[in-house]
Design a protein around this ligand. Sequence first.
Ligand SMILES: NC(=O)C1=CN([C@@H]2O[C@H](COP(=O)(O)OP(=O)(O)OC[C@H]3O[C@@H](n4cnc5c(N)ncnc54)[C@H](OP(=O)(O)O)[C@@H]3O)[C@@H](O)[C@H]2O)C=CC1
Ligand SMILES: O=C1O[C@H](COP(=O)(O)O)[C@@H](O)[C@H](O)[C@H]1O
Length: 477
Amino acid sequence: MTDGDAHGAKDLLVVFGITGDLARKMTLRALYRLERRQLLDCRVIGVASTEMSTAQLVEHARTAVADSGETLDDAVFRRFADRLTYVHGDVLDDALYARIADEVGPGAKPLFYLEMPPALFGPIVEHLGAAGLLRDASVAVEKPFGHDLASARELNARLRALLDEDQLLRVDHFLGKEPVIELEYLRFANPALAGLWDRGSVSAVQITMAEDFGVEDRGKFYDAVGALRDVVQNHLLQVLALVAMEPPAGADADSLRDKKAELLKAVRAVDPAQCVRGQYDGYRQIPGVAHDSQTETFVALRLEIDNWRWAEVPFFLRAGKNMPVRATEVRLMLRRAPRLPFLPSPAQAERNQIVLRIDPDPGLRLQLVAQDGESWRPVHLDASFARDLGEPLEPYERLLHSALAGEHSLFTREDSVEESWRIVQPLIDAPPPLHSYQPGSLGPAEAQQLLHGHPGWHQPWTGSDGKQPGGPAGPGR
Ligand SMILES: NC(=O)C1=CN([C@@H]2O[C@H](COP(=O)(O)OP(=O)(O)OC[C@H]3O[C@@H](n4cnc5c(N)ncnc54)[C@H](OP(=O)(O)O)[C@@H]3O)[C@@H](O)[C@H]2O)C=CC1
Ligand SMILES: O=C1O[C@H](COP(=O)(O)O)[C@@H](O)[C@H](O)[C@H]1O
């Protein structure tokens, strides 16, 4: 995608929250990797309230990169360290912005990246505006963007009072994942897939995000959020938009974002009766979690899209912590073949399926059936993107690089964000009952009933050998 936005490329990165958890785990590593690839070409100013020197920030960065599992190349790290400056102070204090302005200097085109508590997004942008720092700038904000529809609208209004839409980049790291980006190309560049991608061939779609770990040390954060807000409203609805949208009419960022927004507008708000919430046993014992918490660590729901392509094709989404596997995938269940006199009954065969695996080991699987004596057995045509296409940039590398290059197709637009909140808002207003589930299971049994009349939840595609955890997929799927 190319981008014709008026604000274009940036020549300076200012990271608010450089001492925080996200910077330690993701940002510093991503910047180091961009340096190694010779894709980082600007100064980096870190901002936070901890009092320390630039030399101490450099040591913090060195530890963070090493702890992330990277093998440190000293020459690369020195180049990266030479770009770093640290400015400390309270982001609510005017004096901090005078110091930032001094560091930014005249004529710069900065990208301000806010990895900060979300309540500070508005005040920071207002201070940057008052200090005259927004004119040639872009601002990237981390998730979450609001905690419901009203707060997302409020935040949009507050930020848009000072920033044009094309100056504002809302980060959703799923949009930096290679297989998620690939969706647009796979779908529209391959007639073999494009011809199957509608209600004529597809009977249902399953989108799964299973994580094989719990909430661990994030109890306080997670208990106020839950699975719906943490990953469904943002990551999974963005994936759904890319799976179901019409082809973009142009190559610019807004052509893509127009189609995603159009699709999300056609998604009905979720009926709470079509949602199952779960909480794994033991969750309430985690530090920071309320002893009577009603927060879901698992959610499954059914969505309907009111357009010609997808009418009457349910989209089933589920996301959960403490599942038996880590797997994020999109699975299109195709319609059955007709009954033919020379074939075993198609009712006994597994459906043909197209599976896009997002994590881990991104790839594409086509599941067919072959005759096996008097019956059927599934056969798989599997592609691994890394094997065939090489190792991609990691999501935060790609997003930071795109943001600095002024390329905005990988960031969510105001309309999509608000549509996503509209879709899930009924579940926030009237949360369905909470069911418990065993850690290491695929969620509460009630989640199966949601798919009544359709093929049940499929075991995620794990490994490359066609075997699935928990045994075969079972009949009637
Ligand atoms: N952590 C993660 O894995 C993920 C986080 N995010 C999002 O990223 C953002 C940051 O999260 P995270 O890194 O975990 O948060 P942390 O609490 O770990 O870090 C917050 C950062 O903000 C700084 N800060 C807070 N208040 C002030 C202030 N008044 N003045 C100056 N600096 C301040 C802190 O600086 P100091 O400590 O020096 O005071 C620190 O650098 C949030 O929006 C979060 O939702 C998104 C995806 C994943
Ligand atoms: O945003 C989030 O995403 C992670 C999962 O991201 P992944 O790239 O590792 O799949 C999730 O664990 C976390 O709860 C959520 O805040």
